[in-house]
Design a protein around this ligand. Structure first.
Ligand code: PMP
Ligand code: GLN
Length: 470
């Protein structure tokens, strides 16, 4: 039997450059053809059939590789305005991606001298005492590898913090881990939990990192489409995507970009589906402290049946308005945490110890810090929304995150991306088209603005928006 497979295998080893990185489908299809004639003893016939097959496989792969290289070259060159280079075959999920909308809009804002209300980061430099702690720790503290799971003082501070604000009981030793931002926590959780072919429920609009990470882990996305103005999901929406093939649901609450804070009923409904189908919830709660109008954040992990099946992810970057800090806070039951830590140990292993010390200090800050931070962002939201409404822009409700959305349909606009391209050039305000948060069947008439800015910045943006012909 070695005879029938050898030509095929030799071809694959000899020409790895043409083998598609995610070419499982053609590979298994051709393999089964190759094995089909195994019942016969005619070795010459088998050899001939195998060689013909090997040649077909290689032609197929060469064509695919050529097309892929062309697509890669095109997207690379278009991104940078360069002549087309030849790029060797690389991973299909990432090579097919363009630069994130956040980076793209920030670059356009710089090029056009626009007021940047696109990428979500505050004007405010963040609490001085927390930054001072980090500086002290850099100068006087430990700058070698901290423990893989995070500094013990920070893990204790995380457990105490979530006890104080969300009534959770977490064991700092076995149920808390520190990562390099929520982004690493998300990547690690998806790598650690998904087997190729597992279905993953995602809610659109979704944060831009989710889908590529799910696909790279081999997950098969199943989308729930959320729509303005309320962005809520129903029992029917969940029934349409959950099944016993569902492994993970990735849920973002409060939801960026919609600015929605999901409450008791929504969480109970989602928890019921998770329990019914034995699903793990990866819950991106980075905006847990940035909520307004007296609302309280409810963590999905506290819902009935969810304690053992939820990965709760927070971000110090959002808690302290220091978005560049990249300190992620992960909480999960010990069984789940063990496997999450295995991914973390080989993605980054650790997170800078000085930032960890400062975050440990910050998480212990008095309640007033948190209420004042919310009040300040809420005031900015109200100022910006009032300005937009005075100018006649239809504004959608936002009760959390740094973002507020404008419905551009009543302005006669049908393409949010084109609208944002025009807006950044003239009158010079950068915003984010919400269609960028959809993978299919996008809502194309909503534009996101970041209001986490000084009054002068918001007013300058409003002055420019006033010049927009309507
Ligand atoms: N998830 C969501 C929903 C976000 O909005 C962001 C960034 N704003 C992140 C994850 C990334 O968080 P971090 O910067 O801690 O990686
Ligand atoms: N989370 C930020 C936003 O939604 C952007 C983060 C980033 O640029 N990757 O604007």
């Amino acid at each position: 039997m070695a005879l029938n497979v050898r030509p095929f295998r030799l071809q694959l080893r000899g020409q790895p450059r043409h083998w598609p990185s995610t070419g499982a489908a053609p590979c298994s299809r051709f393999t089964s053809w190759l094995f089909a004639p195994q019942g016969t003893n005619d070795s010459a016939h088998l050899k001939q059939a195998a060689q013909a097959l090997a040649s077909r496989v290689n032609t197929f792969l060469r064509r695919r590789a050529a097309l892929r290289a062309l697509a890669q070259g095109l997207s690379f060159a278009l991104d940078r305005g360069l002549p087309l280079p030849r790029v060797p075959p690389v991973n299909r999920v990432f090579s097919a991606l363009s630069t994130t909308i956040f980076d793209t809009m920030s670059r356009l804002a710089r090029e056009h001298g626009a007021v940047n209300l696109g990428q979500g980061f505050p004007d405010d430099p963040g609490p001085l005492d927390v930054r001072q702690k980090a500086a002290d720790a850099v100068v006087n503290g430990w700058n070698q590898y901290p423990p893989m799971m995070g500094l013990p003082e920070l893990r204790q501070a995380v457990a105490a913090h979530y006890k104080r604000f969300q009534s959770l009981d977490l064991d700092p030793d076995s149920e808390v881990m520190i990562t390099s931002g929520a982004t690493e926590a998300l990547a690690g959780a998806l790598m650690a939990l998904i087997e190729p072919g597992d279905e993953v429920v995602l809610f659109q609009p979704m944060y831009d990192a989710y889908l590529p990470l799910v696909r790279r882990a081999g997950g098969v996305p199943k989308f729930v489409k959320l729509k303005p103005p309320h962005w809520r999901f129903t029992e029917d929406d969940l029934a349409a995507v959950f099944s016993d093939r569902t492994k993970v649901v990735l849920f973002n609450n409060p939801l960026n970009p919609a600015g929605v804070v999901y409450g008791a009923e929504d969480l109970a409904l989602l928890a019921r589906f998770c329990v019914r189908h034995d699903v793990i919830a990866v819950c991106d709660e980075v905006w847990e402290h940035v909520i307004f109008d007296g609302l309280a954040h409810r963590p999905l992990i506290a819902e009935e049946g969810m304690r053992e099946r939820t990965v709760k992810i927070g971000s110090a970057g959002k808690i302290f308005s220091l978005t560049g800090w990249k300190v992620g806070l992960v909480a999960a039951a010990p069984g789940l945490m063990k496997v999450l830590s295995k991914a973390h140990q080989f993605i980054t292993f650790t997170t800078p110890p000085n930032l960890q010390s400062a975050v440990a200090y910050g998480l212990g800050k008095e309640d007033a810090y948190y209420t004042d931070m919310r009040a300040a962002f809420q005031r900015s939201r109200d100022r910006f929304v009032a300005g937009l409404e005075t100018l006649g822009f239809p504004v959608l409700s936002s009760t959390g995150t740094y973002f507020v959305n404008v419905d551009i349909a009543p302005l006669g606009e049908t393409d949010d991306a084109a609208f944002c391209q025009r807006l950044v050039a003239d009158p010079g305000v950068a915003a984010i088209p919400v269609s960028a948060f959809y993978a299919e069947d996008a809502v194309k008439t909503v534009v996101r603005f970041c209001f986490a800015k000084k009054d002068e910045t918001l007013d300058a943006a409003l002055d420019r928006l006033a010049r927009l012909p309507r």
